[in-house]
Design a protein around this ligand. Structure first.
Ligand code: GAR
Length: 209
């Protein structure tokens, strides 16, 4: 669909890919990634953290790891499409200014426009808390429980112009247990995500295109 994927260069331990992580909330996935990068020889290194939410708890991880962490909230504009465009332009400019080579979405809860996606396609990766194509969107756990599913999980995928429709890179299953609530399920899925995402990023970043 749309533009082709253009992959980043091959990263190495000597010259890791420069990553920006985009978050909206608590940033537990970001923290797992930063811990992984700190304790392993990794072909990627986080150089920038951006949140669309000024109150995102995850921003504090920037301070702890001495990585620039900035909030770029939606600017005030009556025209919603203009507002999205300007917001994404601010993010794009910051990514360029920081020489970012790969954008990692980790709990970033805004849908990116096709204009932004086309600039980063192949260098824009996301983790989603379901086995895509099942339960796309912002309420994956709620939707899985409402559907009576017995298995859910998480998916690492490249971002394309659709909502959670891009090329799937990896998936891991999580069992849904009797008595599960959204919160309990989310917690178990996050545990798996925290292992899977850094591991898949290691492989993705060290691959020859
Ligand atoms: C994660 O479970 C991630 O998969 C999900 O948000 C959570 C972020 O948690 N992402 C989406 O639902 C994207 N549609 P965190 O802020 O604690 O890392």
């Amino acid at each position: 669909m749309g533009e082709p994927y253009i992959r980043p260069r091959k990263g190495s331990i000597e010259k890791p890919l420069r990553i920006a992580v985009l978050i909206s909330g608590s940033g537990s996935g970001l923290l797992a990634l930063l811990n992984h990068q700190q304790s392993n020889k990794s072909p990627h290194s986080t150089k920038l953290i951006i949140s669309d939410n000024e109150n995102a708890g995850g921003l504090r991880h920037g301070e702890d790891f001495a990585i620039p962490a900035v909030a770029i909230p939606l600017p005030d504009f009556a025209d919603k499409s203009q507002q999205r465009k300007i917001h994404e332009n601010l993010i794009h400019d910051m990514l360029i200014d920081s020489n970012i080579e790969l954008v990692v979405l980790s709990g970033y809860m805004r849908i990116l426009t096709s204009t932004f996606v086309s600039k980063w396609k192949g260098r824009l990766i996301n983790i989603h808390p379901s086995l895509l194509p099942k339960y796309p969107g912002a309420h994956a756990h709620r939707d899985a429980l409402a559907d009576g599913a017995k298995i859910t999980g998480c998916t690492v995928h490249l971002v394309d112009e659709g909502v959670d429709t891009g090329e799937i890179i990896a998936q891991e299953e999580v069992e849904i247990l009797n008595g599960d609530t959204i919160e309990k399920l989310q917690e178990r899925v996050k545990k798996i995500e925290h292992e899977l995402y850094p591991k898949i990023l290691d492989i993705f970043c060290s691959q020859n295109v």
